[in-house]
Design a protein around this ligand. Structure first.
Ligand code: 4AD
Ligand code: MG
Length: 462
């Protein structure tokens, strides 16, 4: 008999019919005569209750129906008498696919701490919390593709192995096929990457932007959605060494178009999650954060405040607040500063623009003042920076001058500069850190809890 997924059964119960479900036991309770098994197959946060009349089944088999075991159940779907569920299955046939010995299976009925669950990240998707988080992660990913597709942008695949440092921040993981115990050397005693797999030095990408710009200069509007890697040793609740980034890049957009798009995009994907992930959001709100739904709806209803870095720094200086990191014009703003502006001063998401050029990447469009660049960060409550982007420097000479000022290597950037030689155009784009979005939408507080297998300093288990 064909399996029905539990979500469908609960959404559209055809009472009286015989059905087949397959899933993992969450809990088992009952008496000498009857067992009530809560079965979950991951399709929804909700379990289906299986009622097993013990007298009709083999005693040995019944012993193995314990938390974590995987079952196939055939039985009659009936309206439930019990509270908290609408439908239940009166079991006619039960088959155990896989046992889970209760003396060793780590996920028992009692609640576990998020820290403990991180240590068993290979099993945590089977908990209510992580099931909810990962289903929401899926809905958000789908909404992102949906948004750009509706806008007529093309999904453009940028390489994961690159020869350049897109952000110029030097936080790269090297990629090599050379034997670290026996490295070929040049006459000057440096590693001879000419003998490496690609015949040059390569690394894992920190951003798809530079190649994304090449796409925008041909297809008009593109977006990337892929993994990016940063070897920055920041052990914070908002940083991962491997994270997913969404980077739209659009020809003929200026910074204002870019800000409009960022705001519309965030509202679209959040409202999609509220609509399609309601059960999971409600569960997470109940368990972890009762302000969650209000906060998400607030984003949809608010007009993001736009202000310049210079204005932002003035507000921070006048706030009279003692920050851990001092604020002055030229300082790179820390999450405490961003959150002060968003959560306490404006009480609203903020898009900050026109940063000092020294604290931003080489590719940002230079302003007339010679001091600032046309960058923009979107700052969110609880999160701080969720998006970073800019209008790009489209002028060949200005871009080349900046690359030289920063002593960046032209060897790995000549092709990027060429876009400014051949049919250059004003353009802009941004990068959304996917996990920061998932953090915001799930109300989780540690970025390690919104990606199935987090990569952070000293941690690459599973
Ligand atoms: O601000 P970032 O470094 O900007 C870029 O990479 C640009 N190339 C984007 C563009 O204009 N196309 O990173 C963009 C976003 C940040 O706002 C943040 O949300 C996220 O990526 N991010 C991280 N998320 C998790 N862990 C990290 N270590 C992150 N670093 C950045
Ligand atoms: Mg940034």
């Amino acid at each position: 008999m064909k399996r029905t997924v539990i979500r469908e059964l609960l959404d559209n119960p055809s009472f009286g019919q015989t059905v087949c479900v397959k899933g993992w036991v969450r809990t088992r309770r009952g008496s000498k005569q009857v067992a009530f098994v809560a079965l979950n197959d991951g399709s929804t946060i909700n379990n289906i209750q299986i009622v097993i009349d013990l007298g009709n089944f083999d005693e040995e088999m019944l012993k193995d129906i314990t938390t974590g075991a995987c079952l196939r159940v055939e039985g009659r779907l009936v309206e439930s008498q019990g509270q908290g569920q609408s439908a239940e299955i009166q079991a006619k046939e039960v088959k155990i696919y896989g046992k889970a010995d209760p003396s060793v299976y780590p996920l028992q009925k009692k609640g576990h701490s998020l820290e403990f669950l991180r240590e068993i990240a290979y099993l945590r998707p089977r908990t209510n919390t992580f099931g909810a988080v990962f289903r929401l992660r899926h809905h958000l990913a789908f909404a992102i593709h949906d948004y750009f597709n509706k806008k007529g942008f093309y999904y453009f695949h940028t390489p994961i192995i690159t020869g350049s440092d897109a952000e110029g921040a030097g936080q790269m993981f090297h990629v090599t096929a050379l034997d670290p115990d026996n490295l070929p050397k040049t006459d000057e005693g440096k590693v001879d990457y000419a003998q490496d797999f690609f015949g040059r030095h390569t690394n894992l990408t920190v951003s798809g932007q530079l190649e994304g710009e090449l796409g925008a200069m041909a297809l008009g509007g593109i977006y990337t959605f892929g993994p990016t890697f940063r070897a920055e040793n920041s052990n914070t609740p908002r940083h991962l060494a491997e994270f997913w980034m969404i980077e739209p890049e659009v020809a003929f957009y200026d910074i204002n178009d870019n800000m409009d798009m960022a705001e519309e995009f965030l509202k679209y994907v959040i409202s999609y999650a509220l609509e399609h992930g309601k059960d999971d959001i409600d569960f997470l709100a109940k368990m972890y954060d009762n302000e969650l739904v209000t906060r998400l709806k607030f984003i949809l209803d608010s007009k993001f405040i736009r202000l310049t870095y210079t204005e932002g720094v003035e507000i921070l200086e006048k706030s009279g607040r003692k920050f851990e990191f001092p604020v002055y014009w030229g300082a790179d703003l820390q999450s405490e500063h961003e959150r002060y502006l968003v959560e306490e001063h404006f009480k609203c998401p903020v898009i900050m623009t026109d940063y000092p050029k020294e604290i931003k990447s080489f590719y940002m469009k230079q302003n007339e003042d010679g001091k600032t660049v046309r960058g923009m960060d979107v700052l969110f409550p609880k999160i701080g920076e969720i998006i970073g982007g800019s209008e790009r420097e489209a002028d060949y000479d200005k871009l080349l001058r900046r690359i030289n000022e920063l002593n960046m290597s032209l060897d790995s950037l000549w092709w990027y500069l060429d876009t400014r030689r051949f049919g250059t155009a004003p353009h802009a784009g941004f990068g959304l850190g996917f996990e920061r979005l998932v953090l915001f939408v799930t109300g989780m507080t540690n970025i390690r809890d919104v990606i199935p297998f987090p990569r952070t300093p000293k941690n690459a288990e599973f």
